[in-house]
Design a protein around this ligand. Structure first.
Ligand code: ARG
Length: 500
């Protein structure tokens, strides 16, 4: 049976199974460090403001620092404590003695956990940013490696227009830049300190909220005390940015799964990232990409789980909020793991140029290019050109011909039936299949997969990546410094004289 520091109001203590049901200790392991940083900062502030005396503060800080150095495994204590805050407070009281009970002055677990979560979330966000840049780096390398590799692009999963494989990788790079911006925005709205709000409506103890906010490197306060303990909406943005990132990853994974099939055979996944079948010896399964595709659902459901906890919840702190940690933990873990593995797995992709060319043999993929040549050469409306080419393709399919092999007389016949007079077959058509890059060279419009545009986009994106990497480096260094600084301040405080 459990005994608690907090249960003065109640007569009977809680049964262990009830406590175990309520306890968040398991997921609180996620915020241990943040909880300690928060408590250390709070105690430093209490001492600075002479709310507790230096001697007492030192005793409390040395117990907290002991935990910081060496946090014991706590999972087996789930039946004894409702959460990590209770566990740590008990530890402090048992190590610092009766003065440990002063640690919580002016603070509630409500603002305490709100602080811990914001500290943890901002750190996790920076880690996701770092990993996403790593992944984006892998995509850029592939774009560079296959800069000139021609590739069919699909709409409705039907061959649509010819492009370059580099264009594909660059398209996802750009999508991940937007996800990066979402992560950055999430960081911005996370980085405010709720501490000092107490349970819900502030405290008469003269705390210095700004002292803590500054010490912990926040951009300011969640000022309104009710808002500070109630609000978790920032997590919606966090989960949404992870969601968007994972949705992009899952779509990419699906492409890779499709293109690695025997039927397409455009690429092969490295053996080290492939699985086999226990029955069918011929199989090489794209399991890493399938799991990535599915792992996305964990993030989607985390968003849903989280939103449904918030829906209709009364203002103020409610214990339901404890459960919001679970979707956050799951979503961050799924995203980080996926990014880590996929950065390596995509680098293992080998392109099969021969198969790609084989799929382009019919030449139908050049239909739009041909129609546009007709528009340019003969000054005919695009709708007429579209009709002519549509009829040509129809004829080719019926007669098992490639578009590039269309007989001159058929071209004349079809064009004159639509235009009222025949036109000449453009000479470029015959060379489409043998020299497809020439076709791409003509697509000069910004953002098209012409070799020139690709080369421009590629070098721009490389610069962009470098800048983003610098940003993340600075951000993660500054978070590390903040932690070191809090611990240093606590150690200095311990070494200072009690009379200073
Ligand atoms: N374990 C709780 C959580 O994670 C801490 C806050 C508890 N507050 C309370 N009033 N019971 O949200």
């Amino acid at each position: 049976m459990a005994s608690s520091l907090y249960r003065g109001r109640l007569g009977i203590s809680m049964e262990t199974d009830t406590l175990s049901y309520l306890s968040s200790l398991e997921e609180d392991v996620w915020i241990v460090k943040e909880d300690l940083l928060g408590s250390i900062s709070h105690v430093l502030m209490l001492a600075e403001k002479n709310i507790i005396n230096k001697e007492d503060a030192k005793k409390i800080l040395s117990a907290l620092l002991e935990l910081w150095k060496n946090f014991p495994p706590i999972l087996q204590t789930k039946e004894k404590y409702e959460d990590i805050h209770e566990y740590i407070e008990n530890f402090v009281v048992s190590h610092a003695g009766i003065v440990g009970k002063r640690m919580h002055i002016g603070r509630s677990r409500n603002d305490q956990v709100a602080l811990d979560l914001r500290l943890k979330v901002r750190k996790e966000l920076v880690e996701v940013m770092r990993l996403s840049l790593e992944f984006m780096g892998s995509l850029l390398k592939l774009a560079e490696k296959y800069e000139h590799q021609i590739f069919p692009f699909y709409t409705h999963l039907q061959q649509a227009q010819l492009g370059l494989l580099s264009h594909y990788f660059l398209s996802y790079f750009d999508a991940f830049v937007r996800d990066f911006e979402r992560l950055k925005f999430s960081f911005r709205i996370t980085n405010f300190s709720p501490l000092g709000a107490s349970a819900i409506a502030g405290t008469r103890i003269p705390l210095d909220r700004l002292y803590i906010s500054k010490l912990l490197g926040f951009d300011g306060l969640i000022e309104n005390s009710l808002d500070a303990v109630s609000s978790r909406d920032y997590m919606l943005d966090v989960l949404n940015s992870l969601n968007s990132l994972m949705l992009n990853i899952s779509r990419m994974s699906e492409d890779i799964v499709i293109w690695s099939t025997m039927e397409f055979g455009f690429l092969e996944i490295g053996d080290e990232y492939s699985s086999v079948s226990s029955v069918m010896p011929q199989k090489k399964n794209p399991c890493v990409f399938e799991i990535a595709r599915a792992r996305c659902s964990k993030v989607i459901s985390s968003y849903l789980y989280f939103t449904s906890i918030l829906k209709g919840l009364p203002s103020g702190y409610n214990r339901d909020l404890q459960e919001t940690k679970i979707p956050l933990i799951n979503a961050f873990l799924a995203t980080k793991n996926t990014l880590q593995i996929l950065s390596k797995a995509v680098s293992s992709l080998k392109i099969n140029e021969k198969n790609i060319l084989k799929h382009l043999e019919s030449g139908y993929i050049f239909a739009v290019d041909l129609a546009e040549i007709l528009v340019e050469k003969f000054n005919i409306p695009f709708r007429d050109a579209h009709r002519i080419v549509g009829r040509l393709v129809h004829y080719c399919i019926a007669n098992e011909l490639k578009l590039t092999e269309i007989p001159e007389n058929i071209f004349k016949e079809i064009s004159s039936s639509i235009l009222g007079k025949p036109i000449k077959l453009p000479t470029e058509l015959r060379a489409f299949s043998t020299n497809p890059v020439e076709v791409l060279k003509k697509r000069r419009v910004v953002g098209s997969p012409s070799p020139k545009e690709i080369s421009r986009m590629l070098s721009e994106r490389k610069e962009r990546l470098k800048k983003l990497e610098e940003e993340v480096y600075i951000l993660s260094e500054s978070l590390e410094k903040i932690e070191e600084n809090v611990i240093e301040n606590a150690k200095k405080f311990l070494g200072s004289s009690n009379r200073e």
